[in-house]
Design a protein around this ligand. Structure first.
Ligand code: NAP
Length: 309
């Protein structure tokens, strides 16, 4: 596929899933007006409002609710939870041709393998999402910058083409020469922090407890050992650094898994903690604490949170 350069021509882009992450992407791309955006949704929607620190961005949204009306496009941005990838299959199958690029705006690792059954010959581009999105209503999301960059992708023609899509928007992409290490770094925080907050039904203040912090550090040590065995170049004190990042998040902020548990929705546990345990099995690394966390979170995922939590 020829590389798309920064000042590329108008692209036809589908955004599957207009939740916390997809709402921000669809709203800001539509407002920039450089490309043709179509939202793939389960309920009709006509506009998206994105709340930024700098102000409010409102844009009309062109949406499809029926996958049978979709056609092959230049880009598909998959913004569902990982457990909803399979239900997005009909969209992906209709919209992917050999020249299509599919970017997975999802947490976890192994995006290409997970998408392979649905995308044919299309090119899959795994991404890391750093910004915080919060869905306030079906047509309204809040964007909070998570650091210097909003996305990371592997450097190369596909990654550069992805970054170019967001020109004219506030979203910035890091082109990384070591995407694997960055992916594991993000996975560590999600695989441990998310289920601990979901299981305890507590926001980030829970990590300020000494006993919880000690448990998390031990879980992070296991996960970092797995990451290193998988080829990530994690620092010797990666677990401690990750713990410091967890405790630096405002105590009243909550993880997406916490919000899903409170709302009685399925948890993204297999894509996060499950992915670490799966990699541990591949590399024969013992992970007794992570296994216990995975089992408890899987059980919690199958049952709604208690009323009033
Ligand atoms: N939120 C964050 O700050 C954040 C940060 C970094 C990474 N991530 C990752 O980004 C990914 C997306 O998370 P999110 O927070 O945006 O999730 P979310 O708020 O739950 O949104 C997911 C959206 O996907 C839609 N969806 C699910 N199945 C669908 C289908 N078959 N067809 C069309 N739409 C479908 C849902 O639609 P309905 O409304 O119809 O249910 C919902 O709008 C996850 O992997 C998450 O871990 C999130």
């Amino acid at each position: 596929m020829p590389p798309t350069t920064a000042n590329s021509e108008r692209q036809r882009i589908a955004v599957i899933g207009l939740g916390s992450i997809g709402g921000v992407v669809a709203g800001l791309l539509a407002a920039a007006g450089r490309h043709d955006i179509v939202a793939c949704v389960r309920r009709p929607i006509e506009q998206m409002t994105v709340e930024l620190t700098e102000g409010i961005v409102e844009s009309p949204i062109s949406a499809l609710t029926d996958p049978s009306r979709a056609q092959p496009l230049d880009w598909v941005l998959l913004c569902t939870k990982v457990q909803d990838t399979a239900s997005s299959g009909p969209w992906l199958q209709r919209m992917c041709g050999p020249a299509t690029r599919v970017a997975a705006l999802q947490n976890g690792i192994g995006h290409a393998e997970g998408l392979a059954p649905f995308v044919g010959d299309a090119t899959v581009i795994p991404t890391i999402v750093y910004y915080n999105g919060e869905r306030l209503a079906p047509d309204r999301v809040r964007y909070r910058r998570g650091g210097e960059h909003d996305f990371a992708v592997a450097d190369g023609a596909d990654g550069q083409a992805f970054a170019a899509l967001f020109e004219g928007t506030p979203l910035r992409t890091l082109l990384s020469g070591d995407f694997k290490t960055l992916s594991w770094r993000k996975l560590l925080i999600n695989a441990v922090g998310n289920p601990v907050s979901a299981l305890t039904l507590q926001r980030n203040a829970v990590f300020l407890r000494d006993d919880v912090a000690a448990l998390c550090l031990a879980l992070l040590e296991e996960a970092a050992t797995v990451g290193r065995a998988d080829g990530a170049r994690l620092a010797a004190d990666e677990a401690a650094q990750t713990m410091a990042r967890l405790t630096a998040i405002p105590p009243d902020a909550g993880s997406s898994m916490y919000f899903d548990r409170v709302a009685g929705r399925p948890l993204e546990i297999d894509a996060l903690t499950g992915a670490v345990v799966e990699a541990a099995e591949r590399h024969r690394v013992p992970t007794p604490l992570l296994r216990m966390l995975l089992t408890l979170a899987r059980a919690a995922s199958a049952s709604p949170a208690p009323k009033g939590s």
